[in-house]
Design a protein around this ligand. Structure first.
Ligand SMILES: CC(C)(COP(=O)(O)OP(=O)(O)OC[C@H]1O[C@@H](n2cnc3c(N)ncnc32)[C@H](O)[C@@H]1OP(=O)(O)O)[C@@H](O)C(=O)NCCC(=O)NCCS
Length: 158
């Protein structure tokens, strides 16, 4: 498997999904679990695009539900790699709800997902480094590294 550095642009993804009554409670609010499912799906896609291997979700940082998503809305997810370490990758996801009658888009969630690449034996394995070109990419990487260290500290406490 090639470990040539790759840019975050090569693996970033956007996904739009329409929300149906089966995704929501009787009042029409889309379940948090459905939004988490979509976050998990797009993060896995970005991770696998980067490492070209099977990748599993190791953690999803605290997700806040800032505004409701209603039945009939389109859920728009944008996901991008911030940081990669040896086998782990941090993906940042922004979720918006679009009212299809008015076109108004509202930010409803942000999340950080850590995915881990696995080899043929299901063990964590090295991923390509992240190519950092812009100041924004360098800033995201440095901040991602700090969050990764914080996650490690928290795991040690458990
Ligand atoms: C994620 C998993 C592969 C890690 O395996 P492990 O034996 O703990 O591996 P290690 O301790 O060697 O850690 C491997 C990497 O994962 C990272 N990691 C492990 N647990 C983590 C967690 N809870 N959150 C974030 N990163 C984590 C480590 O920091 C390490 O990163 P690095 O290689 O970039 O330094 C393992 O815990 C697992 O299989 N979990 C279940 C995953 C799953 O089923 N997800 C849902 C379906 S997709």
């Amino acid at each position: 498997m090639s470990l040539k550095p790759k840019s975050a642009d090569e693996s970033k993804a956007e996904m739009t999904v329409r929300m149906f009554p089966s995704d929501a409670n009787p009042a029409g609010n889309v379940f948090g679990g459905e939004i988490l499912r979509q976050i998990d799906l797009i993060a896995g896609l970005v991770a696998q695009r980067h490492c070209k291997r099977n990748a599993v979700t190791a953690s999803i940082d605290r997700v806040n539900f800032l505004k409701p998503v209603m039945v009939g809305n389109a859920l728009i997810l944008n996901a991008r790699l911030n940081y990669v370490s040896r086998s782990s990758m941090e993906i940042e996801i922004h979720v918006e709800a679009e009212n299809l009658f008015t076109g108004v888009k509202t930010l409803t969630n942000t999340a950080y997902v850590t995915s881990v690449a696995l080899d043929e034996n299901g063990r964590p394995t090295d991923v390509p480094p992240l190519l950092l070109v812009t100041d924004d990419e360098k800033k995201r990487f440095a901040e991602g590294e700090q969050r990764m260290l914080q996650r490690k500290r928290e795991r040690k406490q458990h």
